[in-house]
Write a new protein. Structure first.
Length: 266
């Protein structure tokens, strides 16, 4: 790409009941992402985390593709400025990733077509991934002389064998959804054009769950790979001992004993 002005990807914000839907909309660049996208998604995550009217989130891309990653024009132009200016972009990416991971609500990526570079980091930062059967996942950085960012190596190494991560990052070749599904990185594979509908269905199901308990579960899962066993045991003990006195546990335990479906919305 040689145009002087980078095409802009916008975030379309929608709601279906209590499910927030964030859609990347940048048809000219397959939904490439840059600082404005990072900042918008971060703000949406921070708001949703504290908004009781939102109980689950879906992140997707329009135009048959999830995201091609960093905008090439912006990446090229960044080398003409200072290191400090370039760092503003990666800092914004990192704060978006952390906002997704720290969000108290479940976040699901609906991937059509493919996710590459920082777009792959975005998908992996979500709690679950629903992918179309023809979707490709690409750690594309090496093909343009760059190394990964956005937590890509963290997320990949947390779930995949070292050899597969090395293959993805050193060759930059795409890996299909079926291979990552077999490794547990992709949660569900659906027919082409069905990822968003399936993700929304999963989000609606999670939206009926106990919000406080799920927020604690997310935090515990996020900490597990870093904590020593004793630290994780303490974290889990605090979580369950706090939860047992709350209304969610009261409803869940009563429903179990009464042989009915719990209603965590009341």
């Amino acid at each position: 790409m040689t145009t002087a002005t980078a095409p802009v990807t916008e975030i379309r914000v929608g709601r279906e009941g209590d499910v927030l839907i964030l859609s990347l909309d940048g048809p000219r660049t397959r939904n490439s992402i840059s600082r404005p996208v990072y900042e918008t998604i971060r703000a949406q995550m921070l708001d949703a985390s504290e908004n009781s009217d939102i109980r689950a989130i879906v992140v997707t891309g329009l135009h048959g593709f999830f995201s091609s990653g960093g905008n090439i024009v912006n990446l090229q132009k960044s080398a003409q400025g200072s290191m400090a200016e370039a760092a503003l972009g990666t800092d914004a990416l990192n704060t978006m990733i952390l906002a997704i991971r720290n969000c108290r609500k479940p976040v699901i990526a609906a991937v059509e077509g493919g996710a590459a570079g920082a777009g792959l980091s975005l998908a992996l930062s979500c709690d679950m991934i629903v992918a179309a059967e023809n979707a490709k996942f690409t750690a594309a950085y090496v093909k343009i002389g760059l190394s990964p960012d956005g937590g890509l190596t963290h997320f990949l190494c947390d779930g995949l064998p070292r050899q597969l991560v090395t293959e993805m990052c050193l060759t930059g070749e795409p890996v299909d959804a079926a291979r990552l599904h077999s490794c547990g990185i992709v949660n569900r594979i659906v027919p082409a054009d069905g990822a968003l509908a399936a993700a929304k269905g999963l989000a609606a199901k999670l939206a009926n769950g106990p919000m406080n308990a799920m927020a604690v579960i997310k935090a515990e899962i996020g900490a597990a790979s870093c904590n020593e066993l004793a630290t994780q045991l303490d974290l889990e003990a605090r979580g369950i001992n706090t939860a047992r006195f709350g209304k969610e546990a009261a409803e869940g335990l009563a429903a179990f004993l009464e042989k009915r479906k719990p209603d965590f919305r009341r």
